[in-house]
Design a protein around this ligand. Structure first.
Ligand SMILES: NC(=O)c1ccc[n+]([C@@H]2O[C@H](COP(=O)([O-])OP(=O)(O)OC[C@H]3O[C@@H](n4cnc5c(N)ncnc54)[C@H](O)[C@@H]3O)[C@@H](O)[C@H]2O)c1
Length: 321
C-alpha cells in the first residue's frame, strides 16, 4: 500500500480523493488550513486519516507532512478567479508561495511523485477548441497565472532536482461536497442549492458560455492513474482532465431545474471579469498516456450531485428536529 499526502484534503476534490483512497486501504495523510474547506467533508474517515490543520506556507509543517510519503496529490489552493481578481496578493501567497514551499519539502523528503491540480484557466480565452496541451498558455486572471506558474515550478523541480511530477489541468469539476455557500462556488453547486431553497440563480452573461463539466469521480481516477504512470511520463508534463464535451450554462440551469421541478426562468447578469467564454478539453493525451477514460457522464454526474445535495438538506433538517 502506498502512502499519500493530500493537500487541501478538506476541500471538494481533496476530500473525494481521501474517501476513495481510504476505501482502497491506503495510508492517507492530509493537510488543510480550512480557508475554504470544511472538516464536514471528512466525516466518516476523520479517524482513518492523519489530518493536520496547517497552511502550505508553514515551512516546518510541510517538512513533517512530506516525511515518508510516496505520492503527493496537491489540491490545496485558493481556487477562485473572482477571489484572485479582488485580492491577488493573498491568492498569490497561498497558491504560488505555498506550492514552492511544498515542492522544497517534497524534494528534501525524497517523495516519489507529485500530482498537481492544475487548471484549464491556463488557456485563457483563445478561440481554438478543443484546448490542446501544446497550445501557448494565455492566462487572463491572477488565479490562472498562479496555477500556470506552479506547473512551471513542477517542471523545473523535475529538471533541476529530479522530483517526478504530473500536472492535471482540470476543466470544471463538479460533484458532491462542492461548497455552495461562498461567492466563489462552482456554478452547479450554487444553482442546485439556490433552486432547492426556492431562489432563482443568476447566470452571468447570456447563458451561452460553455464549459467542459467533469464529474469529480473522473478527476479522482486521473489522479490515481497519474500515480501509476511510468516515470517517463512524470517529467512535469501537462494533461487535460475533462470529458471532451461541453455544455452551456443555460443547459446546466435547465437540467438542474428539471431534476428539482424548479420552474422559474434564470436572471441574467453582467459577464464577470476574468471569465472565459468557452472551454472544451482535448483529452487524447491523457487517454493515450495515462489511460484516462472519463466513465461518469454529465447527466449521470448531475443526477448524483443533485441527489447528494437533497440528501444533505434532509440530514440537516432531521438533525435540527
Ligand atoms: N473545482 C474545479 O473545477 C477546479 C478546476 C481547475 C482546477 N482546480 C484546482 O483543484 C484544486 C482543488 O479545488 P477544489 O474545487 O476542491 O477547491 P476547494 O476550495 O474545495 O479545496 C481547496 C482546499 O485547499 C485548502 N487551502 C486553500 N489554500 C490553502 C493553503 N494555503 N494551505 C492549506 N490549505 C489550503 C482549502 O481550505 C480547501 O479545503 C485547486 O488547486 C484548484 O485550483 C479545481
Amino acid at each position: 500500500m502506498a502512502r499519500y499526502l493530500i493537500t487541501g484534503i478538506a476541500g471538494f476534490i481533496g476530500s473525494t480523493l481521501a474517501h476513495t483512497l481510504v476505501e482502497q486501504g491506503h495510508d492517507v495523510r492530509g493537510i488543510d488550513n480550512l480557508s475554504t474547506g470544511s472538516l464536514d467533508n471528512l466525516a466518516g474517515i476523520r479517524d482513518k486519516i492523519d489530518f493536520q490543520q496547517m497552511g502550505l506556507q508553514d515551512v516546518a509543517g510541510m517538512k513533517s507532512a512530506c516525511e515518508g510519503i510516496d505520492f503527493i496529490l496537491h489540491q490545496a489552493a485558493l481556487a477562485s478567479v473572482p477571489r484572485s481578481v479582488k485580492d491577488p496578493l493573498t491568492s498569490h501567497q497561498s497558491n504560488i508561495d505555498g506550492t514552492l514551499n511544498l515542492l522544497l519539502a517534497a524534494r528534501d523528503a525524497k517523495v516519489r511523485r507529485i500530482v498537481y491540480a492544475a487548471s484549464s484557466s491556463a488557456y485563457g480565452d483563445q478561440p481554438m477548441q478543443p484546448k490542446q496541451e501544446d497550445m501557448s498558455p494565455l492566462p487572463l486572471s491572477p488565479y490562472a497565472v498562479q496555477k500556470l506558474a506552479c506547473e512551471y515550478y513542477i517542471q523545473a523541480f523535475y529538471r533541476t532536482y529530479g522530483l517526478e511530477g504530473i500536472c492535471l489541468r482540470y476543466f470544471n469539476i463538479f460533484g458532491p461536497r462542492q461548497a455552495a455557500d461562498s461567492p466563489y462556488s462552482g456554478v452547479i453547486a450554487k444553482f442546485t442549492t439556490m433552486m432547492m431553497a426556492g431562489e432563482t440563480p443568476t447566470i452571468f452573461g447570456d447563458g451561452l458560455t460553455s464549459r467542459d463539466f467533469n464529474f469529480v469521480d473522473n478527476a479522482v481516477s486521473a489522479n490515481l492513474l497519474a500515480c501509476l504512470a511510468p516515470s517517463s511520463v512524470a517529467t512535469g508534463r501537462v494533461f487535460n482532465i475533462g470529458t471532451g464535451r461541453s455544455h452551456t450554462l443555460n443547459e446546466v440551469y435547465a437540467t438542474i431545474a428539471e431534476q428539482l421541478g424548479f420552474t422559474a426562468a434564470p436572471f441574467y447578469g453582467p459577464t464577470r471579469a476574468g471569465d472565459i467564454r468557452h472551454s472544451l478539453a482535448d483529452i487524447h493525451r491523457a487517454s493515450k498516456e495515462l489511460g484516462y477514460h472519463p466513465k461518469a457522464h454529465f447527466h449521470e454526474g448531475l443526477q448524483k450531485t443533485v441527489a447528494w445535495y437533497l440528501a444533505e438538506k434532509e440530514k440537516k433538517a432531521a438533525s435540527t428536529l
